[in-house]
Write a protein that binds this ligand. Sequence first.
Ligand code: CA
Length: 465
Amino acid sequence: MSSRPNLIFIMSDDHAAHAISAYGGRINQTPHLDRIAANGMRFDNCFCTNSICTPSRAAVLTGTYNHVNGVTTLNTPMDNRLQTYPKLMQAAGYQTAVFGKWHLGHGPAHDPTGFDESVVLPDQGEYHDPEFLTPEGTVTIEGYVTDLITDMSLDWLERRDTARPFALMIHHKAPHRHWEPDAKHASMYEGETIPEPHTFWDDYATRSAAAAAAKMHMLDLVEADLKAPIPEGLTEKEEVSWRYQRYIKDYLRCVASIDDNVGRVLDYLDENDLTDDTIVVYTSDQGFFLGDHGWFDKRFMYEESLAMPFLMQYPREIEPGSVCGEIVLNVDFAPTFLELAGLAVPGDIQGTSFRSLLGGETPEGWQTSMYYRYWMHRDEDHDVWAHYGVRTLGHKLIYFYNDPLGQPGALGPSDPPEWELFDLEADPFEVNNVYDDPAYAGVVADLQRELARLQDVVGDEPHTT
Ligand code: CA
């Protein structure tokens, strides 16, 4: 066995931390994801730098922000000549593979590069009997997508060269919309009522126009999401609650299948004596609103969408059952994996390795704030408006600059800019915008300075009207 660790990076699509029992989620149980937390570390302040699929995936792979890697929106595929951590690991002798969701574009300029083997879904992919893109062409495989991606991953592990370390990316499609469960979990939660979240009936009274404009309400769910006719005779409020139950149960059923399949991977490592030498990560490309603020989907800088679940086990460096409250970002993953693999972190990677956090040590000067930017504006389906902001351990300042700026997938017209400020200790659910409260004038001034500082550090530019 090589002294260099193996890496298994499991990333699902749209799985919010509050649908994982290790995170205290009150709506489901995820015993196998919880195994990773029990064996390793749960990160409580892991955030994405842009809460949308394609951009977050690019940030994870490259360790750079979206204005640098060019993947600002859903409509900007990634240039596959960019430096990524799998490429660097492959060049250093690692066996590399990716199975499942790619969603960074297709064709010669965008297909996966840096992998010995890749079998990926076309775009979003299908849940049942999906097509996969292989280097030899498109194949349709019978079965359920989460099982199939896991089958391929375990098969590749079986076929690997045991003399060399490996880096395996297992990228699940689930639990992405339209939340189609498999037969095994189809009747889970039947006859049960899943509790509605604290902010389910949010009226956005103190908030920006953007919050009220978003089309991510239960009433915006379509037939393919609900998969059943709306019962007759319901009041609007009753219908909203009925829709939530339809939505959340299918979402959690998809999560249950992921959980089972993560268990299969952990069992494989145990049975093959690989656990001690393998870093296992479970994360998702961003968070998700599970009825929070009345919504489904993501995009906003609000907590449920900004936060990524991040569970990591690596017995050689992490004490079982650890919890980390420091801020780590999706751009920090790549340098962390490179450092753990014993490789130099190239200077053009913008994120920072958090390896020392794994041992319970916080390096001097570790980040206590983070920069976020959502580049799309008034997109056709969800109508979330363009914004950037800063989150510290205690506060969040958001600037809705509300301008499409010609970004692909961003639409006009622009809207008047607005600010929001949340005191995360007094108001963890972010229902009370205190930007105009004189008591917070000092906090606003400090955070506006911090926002400008972060933009300067990462090389982004403030919006000008
Ligand atoms: Ca996603």
